[in-house]
Write a protein that binds this ligand. Structure first.
Ligand SMILES: [Zn+2]
Length: 336
């Protein structure tokens, strides 16, 4: 924990006491379908930190002062020379990211691969998550939620590639598609994640989103690939090919449409600022069927009724990256 001591991190009992005070709704159709409300996710995480390999850290607080928890896992008997940072749920409705993060931690903590320290932040945007939970409890599926409590998109609040080179970004009718946050790292949630990264710079970084079924590589803010594109793509293919169900496709973030730019996104930030091998995984292929009751069931856009195969795909991708870093740390394989 040496590198993490610079920040005022809480110790495990603080987290477990806090988690024990959360209350999940006793009955809810989504819960019955296997979608855990955050209280249940935190209950599961309290069991994760019972392992001596795992601990909870208070990374920071949201706009509305909700705690942002991180979970650090490493083999305590071996010095870690690789850092892996995984963050999830920057966007309020993308519960699948938090699900994958927690399932991954549950699998990792009993037997973490040696030589790599993993930090996972399952819910970066707890205020947005809270609002989407309130919507579901009120049976309101039509409220579209994405940003934090200040209305800022945390996926557009980072420091790199904030200005677009695309002509459409300058034109009055189309420039709204090329927006960023008011300033780099303008929000407490992104500041907290970046402060953590400064204290323990990651060698590899993954941000979990939905939907699309993609493992995405930098850049998001410019069309040209980075100089190490081939290596990043090879790592992305390694993650995709490990998926037990129909594997996700590998693509550079902004290559869906030639004029699309994800300005100021976290993957560009972590790749440019920390030189981390950085990825964004778009989990699920949406949960909307061809014939939905309503197209405006926004929860279902991101989170299918049956999450199983996407949880397994996501966990397999993260496990593969973790094992690669561990093997590199022990000199068993060369970095790509
Ligand atoms: Zn997202």
């Amino acid at each position: 924990m040496a590198l993490l001591c610079g920040l005022a991190f809480a110790r495990d009992p603080v987290f477990t006491d806090w988690a024990a005070q959360r209350r999940a709704p006793s009955e809810h159709p989504e819960r019955a379908a296997g979608w855990d409300f955050s209280a249940t996710l935190y209950e599961r995480l309290a069991r994760v930190v019972e392992h001596e390999t795992a601990s909870a850290v208070l990374v920071g607080r949201s706009v509305e002062k909700r705690p942002i928890w991180g979970f650090v896992v490493q083999d305590p008997g071996v010095e870690a020379t690789r850092e892996l940072l995984i963050i999830a749920q920057l966007h309020s409705l993308e519960w699948i990211g938090a699900e994958v993060a927690v399932a991954y931690l549950e699998g990792l903590a009993p037997d973490p691969p040696p030589g790599v320290r993993v930090t996972v932040i399952p819910i970066v945007n707890p205020d947005g998550r809270w609002r989407s939970e309130q919507d579901l409890l009120a049976e309101d599926v039509r409220s579209y939620r994405r940003s934090n409590a200040n209305g800022v998109d945390l996926n557009r609040d980072w420091t790199v590639h904030r200005e677009s080179d695309v002509i459409w970004s300058k034109l009055p009718r189309t420039k709204r598609h090329y927006t960023t946050s008011p300033a780099p790292l303008s929000q407490p949630e992104t500041q907290a994640v970046d402060a953590l990264a400064q204290s323990a710079p990651p060698d590899a970084f993954v941000s979990l989103h939905a939907f699309g079924g993609y493992v995405e590589t930098p850049w998001g803010g410019v069309y040209e690939p980075p100089p190490d594109d081939a290596r990043l793509k090879a790592m992305a293919y390694e993650m995709a090919e490990a998926m037990p169900h129909r594997p996700y496709r590998v693509i550079q973030i902004n290559h869906f449409v030639r004029t699309f730019r994800a300005l100021g996104c976290e993957v560009d930030h972590f790749h440019a600022v920390y030189e981390a091998d950085a990825f964004l995984i778009e989990l699920t292929r949406s949960g909307l069927t061809l014939n939905p009751r309503t197209w405006r069931d926004y929860f279902r856009w991101y989170n299918p009724v049956d999450k199983t195969e996407h949880v397994e795909n996501g966990v397999a991708a993260l496990d593969t990256l973790t094992r690669r870093l561990s093997a590199e740390a022990r000199g068993l394989i060369e970095p790509l």
